[in-house]
Design a protein around this ligand. Structure first.
Ligand code: ZN
Length: 219
């Protein structure tokens, strides 16, 4: 696949260096959006096989408009829909290409950037910053939802990890002692083991108390 876009822009003779940079960036983003449209179109050409029967003969039936939010702004893609001439069923080749969006509109690279921005600034400022920096259009509400969903996933992972560690600590007092001595050696992963055991296990106060002489000993 070869994608080619051309850039043409009018820059005022009085423009400052910053103004030139800004205008060139704007034109560049426009070129990127165009390149993505072309890439999708060419991808469709490279995948002409009917997913139902495997035949290649088809005719164009129409297009389906799909707007996606990317790092370089919103891109309107006209996905083509074909009618297979062998089995008579219709198919949209780019459907499998868009599977990774999981029915949403925001691409993975923009989601990454939005998460970073959403963790760093208030959602409205994050949205404005992304728009100013890269023309990415993602609303404060979308960033809030993304950041919250990611936070919930992280919390679930941490809880699963803490439960796994507590389960192994429950195997015997030796396990907890090993974990605690690891913590005093400055190993962060063992530090988590020890503190989560202290929070989660009913016997936690006992084991914390048991371990303090050992910690003083090693100091
Ligand atoms: Zn077919």
């Amino acid at each position: 696949m070869q994608v080619q876009v051309s850039l043409k822009m009018e820059i005022a003779a009085t423009a400052s260096l910053s103004e030139m940079e800004q205008q060139i960036q704007q034109a560049g983003q426009q070129g990127m959006r165009e390149a993505l449209k072309q890439a999708v179109r060419q991808w469709e050409d490279q995948h002409p096989v009917c997913p139902h029967c495997g035949a290649q003969a088809h005719r164009l039936e129409g297009t389906t408009r799909r707007v996606i939010a990317t790092l370089f702004g919103r891109v309107t893609v006209q996905r083509r829909r074909f009618r297979c001439q062998q089995c008579g069923r219709s198919f949209c080749p780019a459907k499998s290409l868009f599977v990774e969006l999981q029915g949403g509109t925001v691409t993975a690279p923009l989601q990454d950037a939005a998460l970073l921005a959403g963790c760093s600034w208030p959602y409205r400022a994050a949205s404005a910053t992304l728009k100013r920096r890269s023309f990415a259009q993602i609303s404060a509400e979308e960033i809030r939802l993304l950041t919250n969903r990611h936070g919930q996933q992280q919390a679930a992972q941490q809880q699963a990890e803490a439960e796994r560690v507590c389960a192994s600590a429950d195997q015997g007092p030796e396990a907890v002692e090993t974990a605690a001595s690891g913590e005093s050696n400055g190993q962060p992963s063992h530090g988590i083991v020890w503190s989560s055991a202290a929070m989660w296990r009913p016997l936690a106060p006992q084991s914390t108390w048991d371990l303090s002489p050992r910690r003083q000993h090693s100091a």
